[in-house]
Design a protein around this ligand. Structure first.
Ligand code: NOJ
Length: 755
């Protein structure tokens, strides 16, 4: 019964595929003709080969490439190796179809940029785009023509380790960043030798895994899917992304890698995507563990017919699809359509004309001063000043600082997780940078404590050894001496101000790095308490891939800086900012929970029938506020800004109009500063309950002391709509609130009406 239902679905899809292929006018008829010609020559095995990706350069893969049974490899790095495997495909396989070589370039290839959650907080789209341009140039120099990025999963749960890989919790910001990254990676054309094909992932709703546990189940409404989780993918598709990666988890009972609704109805049907979809690592085979397939053959059938064109590493397609076709369980039209999509991307990427990497570029294109400059700028714009009591920051170069903590000189953690082909040795640590900028005599150093692996032995960091102490420097930490809290206290006592670098090791974040608490691992709290007890002013500099629990911090320390993992230029950017060479401008791309118990905390929540209030019978907790410690969009700088004079150009407007709202922003402090001015909207009455606020615009504004600027936001009213219960996009006639604001919890307010 089950089998025949699947068969009907398969046949229906085969028809749908050809109907769709006809409906979708090929943008380039010449390319489609070339694909037709190839398809006519290809054996069934060669076709499935194009749908097969394996990992690494090894004799078995080389043999398969020769036989035309592999269309892609992942993780082959360097011009020499990549050209070697490519040569086998282009010179030794019967049809000479080039491979497409992929790799995870999540925040840089060799020049490592801030982790994506950090750089999202820059709200600087041109700079984010530029960083991916650099990443594309370096990747292609190493023979990587396809990057498994951008990761655009919206995430509301910082327990999930992969929250670090995406742009945070907001669908609007996430969409802007998705598009900027696709533009950066793909450039004007993916055929450009310095452009890569981007792969937006993980399609879809991976960020909603229950309990923040990686790979866990996801059960969400269609409305949430469409309003929160799909938009960044849609934006990437609209920006021309070449490929998508299907996610590991199940979505409303149907695994994302076998989900016809998202992979075909929405992606191909509604969005007209004409590139290809690759499964995540082994996700086809995992359909068995999900319990929707009994073996790899059934898994391959489900995955391919749902819309996953290429199978990553598990061999389920190459080992089973020929037999499925030969036994008439799978129409060849379905295979041909998937092969067409893969070949289309290969043709568009110019791989048939230029299959090889230019080996010379490896000597010139990596980690250039210009690349480092982009990394430094983005790192500088990504860190967020959360607290600055008594103007403890910026520091003066005349002060003596104690640089303390397990992350102050940990090179590999500066890079963060998923650090491409980054090398720990390339990273500038905060200790390096403070010594260099202040002179070693002004900098005392003590590690204080080590960060041990968690008790189950997972997530041990790979800390680089500390550099030898400079002669004559009052250094409380030497290579041979174990980290000790008394040494840290000693250093703190001798300093004017303490910079405490605490947080997580890079290896404690990223894939398979979910945590059940947001605590500082190991004995870091003991270190913090001991240093605070010296009564010296303390600036907490947190390096982590997620917001950590810092309820205790506001009263104990003077300054709090969230530095995430800022990449190769981390130290320079941190020292630059803390020494006041420029004012910080990063804002949080994720709400900062007070405690793990209030997760998920996100600014665009619903009002509920009993909105949060100080009395008991309202939504909230008995034992703490339900509001985040710091809201989405929050970030301080060394000056202050005032917001005034909000004006709505048309207080009554039609659904097809364009809303214009202006406000005056003034720098009321004594230093130049950059503000991320944010624009939020709330629809008061709609068929479905609406979020209390939704971000619909932002602008970075740099103002000299006293300077004022009128900022204008211009938004199509149609973009302020929502899905009705039947999933139609509507713009309800209603009163809408608007805010121009420094974060998602404050700002100046106005209203307008949609007539
Ligand atoms: C698994 C990860 O989920 C995905 O993000 C990555 O691109 C692939 N492995 C390939 O490395």
């Amino acid at each position: 019964m089950l089998l025949s239902r699947r068969l009907i679905a398969v046949l229906a899809l085969a028809c749908a595929c050809s109907a769709f292929a006809a409906a979708q006018q090929p943008s380039d008829p010449e390319t489609e003709r070339k694909i037709d010609a190839l398809l006519m020559q290809m054996t069934l095995e060669e076709k499935i080969g194009q749908l097969t990706q394996f990992a690494g350069k090894n004799p078995q893969n080389i043999e398969m490439i020769k036989q035309g049974k592999v269309g892609s490899l992942l993780g082959v790095l360097g011009a020499q190796d990549s050209n070697e495997v490519q040569r086998v495909a282009v010179e030794k396989s019967r049809l000479k179809i080039p491979l497409i070589l992929g790799y995870d370039v999540i925040h840089g290839y060799r020049t490592i940029f801030p982790v994506p959650l950090a750089s999202a907080g820059s709200f600087d789209m041109p700079l984010i785009e530029q960083a991916e341009r650099v990443a594309a140039k370096e990747s292609t120099a190493a023979g990587v023509k396809w990057v498994f990025a951008p990761m655009v999963d919206i995430a509301r749960d910082p327990r999930w380790g992969r929250v670090v890989e995406g742009a945070g919790e907001d669908p609007y910001l996430g969409s802007m960043i998705a598009a900027a990254k696709v533009r950066g990676f793909q450039g004007k054309s993916i055929a450009d030798p310095e452009s890569v094909v981007a792969c937006v992932k993980h399609y879809v709703a991976y960020g909603a895994v229950e309990g923040g546990r990686d790979y866990n189940t996801v059960d969400i409404s269609e409305q949430l899917l469409r309003e929160v989780y799909l938009p960044p993918f849609h934006a990437a598709v609209d920006a021309g992304v070449g490929t998508l990666m299907s996610a590991f988890q199940d979505l409303n009972g149907v695994p994302a890698s076998a989900n016809h609704h998202t992979l075909t109805d929405i992606l191909r049907g509604e969005w007209k995507f004409d590139g290809f979809v690759v499964s995540d690592w082994g996700a086809t085979h995992e359909l068995i563990a999900h319990g929707v397939a009994t073996n790899d053959a059934q898994a391959a059938l489900e995955s391919l017919t749902a819309g996953v064109d290429m199978d990553m590493v598990d061999g389920a397609y190459i080992n089973n699809i020929p037999e499925l076709v030969n036994s008439n369980k799978l129409p060849i039209a379905v295979v041909d359509e998937a092969v067409r999509r893969v070949l289309r991307v290969k043709f568009k990427a110019g791989l048939f004309e230029h299959p090889y990497a230019d080996a010379d570029r490896e000597k010139t294109d990596f980690l250039t001063p210009e690349n480092r400059e982009v990394a430094r700028k983005l790192a500088f714009e990504s860190m967020v000043l959360l607290q600055n009591k008594n103007d403890v920051l910026p520091l003066s170069r005349k002060q003596t600082v104690a640089v303390i903590g397990p992350l102050a000189n940990d090179k590999s953690s500066q890079l963060g997780p998923w650090a491409g082909n980054g090398q720990a040795a390339d990273a500038v640590t905060p200790l390096d940078a403070f010594r260099q900028k202040m002179g070693s005599d002004h900098v005392l150093y003590a590690k204080g404590v080590d960060i041990p692996p968690f008790e189950n032995g997972l997530a041990a960091g790979v800390a680089a050894p500390a550099p030898p102490s400079a002669t004559g420097v009052k250094n409380f930490q030497t290579e041979n001496k174990p980290a000790s809290i008394p040494d840290a206290v000693e250093a703190a006592k001798k300093a004017d101000v303490v910079l405490l670098f605490v947080g997580e090791l890079a290896g404690m974040t990223g894939e398979a790095s979910s945590r059940s608490t947001l605590d500082f691992p190991g004995d870091q709290m003991k270190l913090i308490d001991a240093v605070v007890a010296t009564k010296k002013p303390v600036v907490l500099v947190i390096e982590s891939g997620r917001p950590l629990d810092i309820r205790w911090a506001a009263d104990k320390v003077s300054g709090i800086v969230q530095a995430w993992f800022l990449g190769v230029e981390a130290g320079n950017a941190i020292a630059h900012t803390l020494l006041g060479d420029a004012s910080p401008s990063g804002h949080l791309a994720i709400s900062w929970p007070r405690s793990v118990g209030e997760i998920p905390t996100y600014y665009n929540h619903k009002n509920t029938g009993r909105p949060s209030a100080p009395d008991r019978w309202h939504t909230g907790y008995l034992d703490q506020s339900a509001a985040p410690l710091y809201p989405f969009g929050y970030g301080l700088t060394y000056t202050k800004f005032s917001y005034s004079n909000l004006k709505v150009e048309s207080p009554k407007i039609s659904a097809n109009g364009t809303l214009r709202v202006t406000a005056d922003i003034q720098n009321t402090g004594k230093r130049e500063g950059t503000e991320v001015v944010q624009f939020y909207v709330h629809d008061r009455v709609a068929p479905t309950s609406r979020p209390v606020r939704e971000l619909k615009g932002f602008e970075r504004v740099t103002l000299a002391p006293g300077e004022q600027k009128t900022v204008e936001f211009s938004v199509k009213v149609n973009d302020l709509g929502s899905y009705d219960p039947e999933m139609h996009w509507i713009v309800p006639r209603s009163t809408y609130d608007v805010w121009v604001a420094p974060d998602s919890a404050s700002g100046i307010q106005g209203t307008f009406e949609v007539e």
